[in-house]
Design a protein around this ligand. Structure first.
Ligand code: HEM
Length: 383
């Protein structure tokens, strides 16, 4: 039997597993440690089985799911669906697969109004995937669009991303065309409704389609923005979205967007293990050893523990740093930029040895460069 594709598995999980309440599908295709970001479903395979039980018990209505659009990139699958689940709803789901099973899941759901400002539904329109060779450039275009226009607020750049007024809109509040988008944004501004995009967490593309998951605020409320764009000849041609408020309380600690860096690095043991590989090498390096000479073993243990705590706290772990501010512990040591570079080389090697995932490693290094560097190098210390 041929192995099912990630897309086939994702569709089977929601259509046969959830809508048809077939728990065996969840046992076969969903990992026990499945990371759930849906803000109403508990974590793990167990959480998903619990959701099916609530449907079987009649506590939740039976969903009817019509998958309208599918895109797949590497380990990720995106489903865009029309749900009838106690009313019509537009839904985006992202699945991440690992070793042939679903390992992580994000989703956004929004009630579908009877009437929309553009006459389209939130899920109809183009579905065909073309231009597979342009996936990367289309992803870069959408990233640039969101960063410039919605994160940096450069609305004067808006028209650079469109071909004249040609733009099909599926957001139910906004009319077609770039003119429709401009009017819609203007009207919201007049009503005092602010749209704030803070961070893009995911960009998944296949050919002419690009999906983004962003974190921000809509009308002052923390919101998850799922935006799907269709690109034609390097310009944005069509757009669908789902906005969901991020609830203050969730039945898991995974958030709606991404696990903390602390969790992605592997948690406490992984961070402590990293410090225990890197720290003795820093203290023994011929260029750096003089900083640590004469410290009693007990003082070294204390310092090691404070470094572990500082790193766990800064990456979002459940740890509080109770040491002194880094500027004051490093002031007077005379640490140079060259010392810093040697130090970072040792750290990067230790990160590679511990096989931190590439994206997490990059973020971790960025924390060192952006937050710790200026609290370490003598010439960069603040007054
Ligand atoms: C070139 C790089 C670095 C060198 C040579 C260095 C050196 C030192 C030395 C010699 C001490 C002991 C000071 C004393 O007790 O008198 C110290 C303390 C400490 N350092 Fe660094 N450091 C470096 C970078 C960093 C970075 C990036 C962090 C970020 C986590 C860090 C966190 C700490 C902590 C938490 C303490 C102990 C704080 C306390 O005692 O309250 N260091 N460092």
């Amino acid at each position: 039997m041929q192995k099912p594709t990630n897309t086939e598995m994702a569709i089977k999980i929601i259509k046969q597993g959830i809508a048809q309440k077939d728990k065996s599908v969840v046992h076969d295709l969903v990992r026990d440690d499945y990371i759930q970001h849906n803000p109403t479903v508990p974590d793990g395979r167990k959480g998903l089985l619990g959701l099916i039980d609530r449907i079987i018990d009649g506590e939740l209505p039976m969903p009817v799911i019509n998958v309208k659009r599918v895109l797949a990139e590497g380990e990720y699958v995106v489903l865009h669906s029309d749900f009838d689940w106690g009313g019509r709803k537009a839904v985006f789901e992202i699945f991440r697969f690992e070793d042939g099973m679903a390992a992580e899941h994000w989703s956004g759901i929004q009630n579908h109004p009877k009437q929309t400002a553009n006459g389209h539904s939130m899920v109809d329109g183009e579905t065909a995937i073309t231009d597979r060779s342009k996936t990367e450039s289309n992803k870069a275009l959408i990233k640039d669009f969101l960063e410039k226009v919605f994160i940096a607020g450069q609305f004067n750049k808006l028209r650079d991303f469109f071909d004249g007024d040609k733009y099909l809109q599926h957001n139910p509040m906004i009319a077609d065309g770039v003119s429709g988008l401009e009017r819609g944004l203007e009207e919201m501004q007049k009503k005092g409704i602010k749209i704030e995009f803070h961070k893009i967490h995911q960009i998944i593309g296949e050919g002419n389609f690009v999906l983004t998951l962003s974190e921000g605020k809509f009308d002052g409320k923390p919101t998850a923005f799922f935006d799907l764009f269709r690109v034609e000849h390097g310009k944005i041609a069509e757009h669908w979205d789902v906005l969901q408020e991020v609830p203050a309380q969730m039945p898991h600690s995974n958030g709606m967007f991404s696990l903390s860096l602390y969790r992605r690095l592997g948690g406490y043991d992984a961070i402590a293990g990293f410090v225990d590989s890197a720290f003795p090498r820093v203290a023994a390096h011929p260029e750096l050893s003089h900083f640590f000479r004469g410290h009693a073993t007990e003082s070294q243990y204390r310092q090691r523990q404070l470094i572990v705590d500082r790193l766990c706290a800064v990456t979002g772990g459940p740890v509080i740093y109770i040491g002194r501010p880094l500027e004051s512990v490093h002031r007077g040591l005379g640490i140079t930029e060259a010392n810093w570079n040697t130090f970072m080389k040792i750290l990067t090697t230790a990160m590679d040895e511990r096989k931190f995932p590439e994206a997490a490693k990059k973020e971790f290094i960025e924390i060192f460069e952006k937050q710790f560097r200026a609290a370490t190098i003598e010439g960069e210390l603040k007054e």
